[in-house]
Design a protein. Structure first.
Length: 158
């Protein structure tokens, strides 16, 4: 069973609720990290929570929703091991899995309608990483996290 973490800010709250209902109806386990209303909040808080949930192995994937998907993806990608893709069409969503092994999908509730968002999400969830030459490239992204960790002053005192 795939566990999907969900996160949204106020702009993404309504779409997050729609996607949550769809995921549960499809049989996915959902971890809802909030927000739970349209009261204004800061998207990085939810992006980092979702990224950490995935990289800690508490969820297989995460879906983030803000106004455009851009801020969520930017913030989530600061979590080592997170590969977040902001997608507004199904082709990009499929490529983000097949070529980039994206483990986080970011959607924009102000630019993507509900039906399209579900189509993007379904495509993204079923698409598999193609491996091969793409694995070599994704490995280089993973290595960026490792080298940054080794460069940090904290790493020398651990
Ligand atoms: C909130 O107004 C908006 O900035 C946020 O939802 C998101 O679109 C940021 O990238």
């Amino acid at each position: 069973m795939t566990v999907v973490a969900l996160g949204a800010d106020h702009a993404g709250f309504a779409l997050k609720e729609v996607l949550k209902g769809w995921l549960i109806a499809q049989g996915y386990d959902v971890v809802d990290l909030g927000t739970q209303s349209t009261e204004s909040v800061d998207y990085p808080d939810y992006a980092v929570a979702a990224g950490s949930t995935v990289t800690a192995g508490k969820a297989d994937r995460a879906v983030l929703v803000c106004g455009t998907g851009i801020g969520m993806a930017m913030a989530a990608n600061k979590v080592p091991g997170a590969r977040a893709a902001a997608c507004s069409d199904a082709y990009t969503a499929r490529m983000s899995r097949e070529h980039n092994d994206a483990n986080i999908l970011a959607l924009g509730a102000r630019i993507t309608g509900r039906d399209t968002a579900i189509e993007i999400l379904e495509t993204w969830l079923v698409a598999e990483f193609a491996g091969g030459r793409h694995a070599r490239r994704v490995d280089k992204i993973v290595e960026l996290d490792r080298s940054r960790d080794q460069e940090s002053p904290d790493a020398q005192t651990r």
